[in-house]
Design a protein around this ligand. Structure first.
Ligand SMILES: NC(=O)c1ccc[n+]([C@@H]2O[C@H](COP(=O)([O-])OP(=O)(O)OC[C@H]3O[C@@H](n4cnc5c(N)ncnc54)[C@H](OP(=O)(O)O)[C@@H]3O)[C@@H](O)[C@H]2O)c1
Length: 303
């Protein structure tokens, strides 16, 4: 029998990519209007009515800086809602795939984080996402918590699109060069989840748990920006796309201190994906490969 999947947050970057990748599956894809994660009664009612075998939950409060001034909302959507989803799924003997973040770490480790490293979020957003992780674990149903980082894609607001817009408008850009992590495309995430659906034996408790789930290799925001512009320029030569005003040499490296934000960010956001590879034989592409695919598609979509 085919699994019935309830997918949340389909107007988000990951939700949208998942909806597309899961088109061969029996998926009920819900927007915020159809499933409001601030409303616990609504969550319970929707899950009870739909009776899914699996819930995939990419919906989240993701406004990292704004979360500092509205923590209750962030805790409700990222902490309480996953708990209710998990409780209801558990009653149906269903399982859950949930997304979390590099921001559960404080970023002070010198090397890439592994899943058993101590968590210590330094922002409200990070704390709220950790609450959600812990809630799901405490319910005890079969679960995968996929910690990803620096998400961007063809759909939704993201860093890649901001850089392309700014590089088209300005002569130069100043970008933080002392935070390190893995830019991860929503497309790579969705492809990885589809793979997991085929290999995750959700009746095997020992596969449940937290997994780092990012494109491989690391860079800084500055390095990512340079690659975005380089890749755009390469494709624009071939395809005759409009030229950018700012080129790679015009992307200036600055420190975190020179770009203050309401929420603190971990300096080291590098997540080691070895566990994913050893348990599921899955490795997402490099961040550079992910970027090539997305830039190509952004231009194709906009032509
Ligand atoms: N973005 C990143 O850089 C990043 C990094 C690490 C981890 N993650 C995690 O990865 C997952 C996916 O992130 P993303 O980038 O796809 O996020 P996103 O683009 O911001 O999408 C979030 C989705 O959640 C929905 N949502 C927000 N509040 C809701 C509510 N009260 N009820 C129902 N839906 C609600 C939004 O609905 P609307 O469309 O109506 O606003 C949106 O569709 C999240 O768990 C996030 O924490 C993201």
């Amino acid at each position: 029998m085919r699994k019935k999947i309830l997918l949340t947050g389909v107007n988000g970057q990951v939700g949208y990519a998942l909806k597309y990748q899961l088109s061969q599956y029996d998926v009920i894809a819900l927007t915020r209007d159809q499933l409001d994660l601030t409303n616990t009664n609504n969550i319970r009612q929707v899950v009870r009515e739909l009776k899914p075998d699996l819930i995939i939950n990419p919906a989240a409060y993701t406004a990292v800086d704004k979360a500092e001034s509205e923590p209750e909302l962030a805790y409700a959507i990222n902490g309480t809602a996953p708990q209710i989803l998990a409780e209801e799924a558990s009653k149906l003997n269903a399982s859950i795939i949930h997304f979390s973040t590099d921001y559960v770490y404080d970023g002070t480790k010198k090397t890439a984080y592994i899943e058993v490293d101590e968590v210590n979020p330094v922002s409200v957003y990070g704390k709220s996402k950790l609450l959600g992780e812990n809630a799901i674990r405490s319910v005890g149903l079969p679960h995968l918590i996929l910690r990803t980082s620096w998400v961007y894609g063809t759909y939704g607001k993201n860093f890649l699109k901001t850089i392309l817009r700014l590089a088209a408008e300005r002569d130069s850009l100043k970008i933080v060069a002392d935070q390190f992590g893995a830019p991860t495309s929503s497309h790579s995430i969705a492809e990885g989840v589809v793979y997991l659906l085929n290999v995750w034996q959700d009746n095997q408790e020992n596969q449940s748990g937290v997994y780092h789930f990012t494109n491989t290799e690391y860079t800084s925001w500055h390095g990512f920006s340079c690659e975005i512009v380089t890749e755009y320029n390469r494709l624009s030569e071939v395809n005759g796309w409009p030229k950018l005003k700012a080129n790679v040499d015009d992307i200036l490296a600055i420190s975190t201190e020179e770009y203050p934000t309401p929420a603190a960010r971990p300096q080291n956001s590098k997540l080691d994906n070895t566990k994913l590879k050893s348990v599921f034989k899955l490795e997402l592409p490099s961040w550079q490969q992910g970027l090539q695919q997305v830039i190509q598609n952004i231009q194709i979509a906009e032509k």
